[in-house]
Design a protein around this ligand. Sequence first.
Ligand SMILES: Cc1cc2nc3c(=O)[nH]c(=O)nc-3n(C[C@H](O)[C@H](O)[C@H](O)COP(=O)(O)OP(=O)(O)OC[C@H]3O[C@@H](n4cnc5c(N)ncnc54)[C@H](O)[C@@H]3O)c2cc1C
Length: 378
Amino acid sequence: MHPIVIVGSGLAGYTLLKEIRKRDTSTPVTLVTADDGVFYSKPNLSNALAAGRSATALAGASAQKMAADQQATVLTHTRVTAIDTQNQRVQTGSGALDYGKLVLALGADPIPHGLSGNGTAAVLAVNDLADYAVFRDALDGKKRVTVLGGGLIGCEFANDLVHAGFTVDVVHLGAWPLERLLPVEAGRRLADGLAALGVTWHFGRTGRSVESADAGYRVTLDNGDMLAADVVLSAIGLRPRTQLAQAAGIPVGRGIQTGRLLETGAPNVYALGDCAEVEGQNLPYVQPLMVQARALAATLTGTPTPVVYPAMPVMVKTPAHPVAVLPPRLGASGGWKVECGDTGICALHVDDNGRLQGFALTGSETGRRNTLVKELAA
Ligand SMILES: Cc1cc2nc3c(=O)[nH]c(=O)nc-3n(C[C@H](O)[C@H](O)[C@H](O)COP(=O)(O)OP(=O)(O)OC[C@H]3O[C@@H](n4cnc5c(N)ncnc54)[C@H](O)[C@@H]3O)c2cc1C
């Protein structure tokens, strides 16, 4: 009997493995990963600095321990290079592997920053534990950090860095942070909260080049402004890893396309987590991948179970001014109704009939999220 082969040891791959084992201890499972297979929780990467936690402190169980605990084979430092969907076989750097079912849990890649100049090789992105170790080494003894991107990850790193005593500039193309998730009032409040801690914002700007200068770097913006930095962190977004699937003829859009059973366009091939586009939606957060992993484990062990998402607010880890957001569905009618209090913003997205479609809460208003989630569920 060929095993279930899971590709990827991020939260999606390992959560699926654990969920399979809760239901079935006998089906052979092989997890293949390009990295060292150490278990860790990725959201911790953007709030570990102020808490004084190193990359080593963030590392959980080793690949060997995960394999033993979950009665699985875990192949580390093994990249899958091709999928033969006809013969149900994957090619890796160290040989071929037959599968009964194949699950792609490949994650997402940082979007290239596109800067020019002789300092580009030093621009960092933090998307896994190994990146985080490099980032921490780069920060050692340094003072000034330029963050490119004021989305969720950029804001979280800015808060963590400034809290840990660094001088932080954030360069953001939008007119306010998280502009695709938050109405302007909520975004401005978040920006103000971070500015009060010492973050300097450069809205409506992108980085053009990065050059070595004075033992650090000079980042030149598209309007000619120059920022001095010891470390440059790019957080301009992630894009699902689709190349492997695409090369195998599996349909991809923004992510690897699946239906509600998480099956791709190829027989016995499934996808979940950051790499997946489930019925047109790519949701690169932890809660959706947990829901997906539970449903897929049931499907793979004999009970076909479609993914049904509950209302899933996203918490932005910016203690300077916390944010809880549940964006309305794409194309939802209606608009934002915003109430601004002294200590937070409550923005409700309501449709033309006054029904709640989503929300954005900041500061003290984040305490209302559970009540609103219940209202949405009803
Ligand atoms: C800094 C940061 C903070 C975040 N904070 C939050 C938060 O607070 N809340 C929240 O909900 N979400 C947060 N997220 C998002 C969340 O962490 C991700 O949605 C989630 O971790 C993605 O898990 P994944 O397993 O899909 O992908 P990944 O963790 O990227 O795992 C992908 C795996 O696939 C492997 N792989 C890729 N290609 C191959 C190949 N060809 N062959 C073999 N192996 C391969 C990789 O080595 C890796 O093991 C954050 C993300 C970041 C970067």
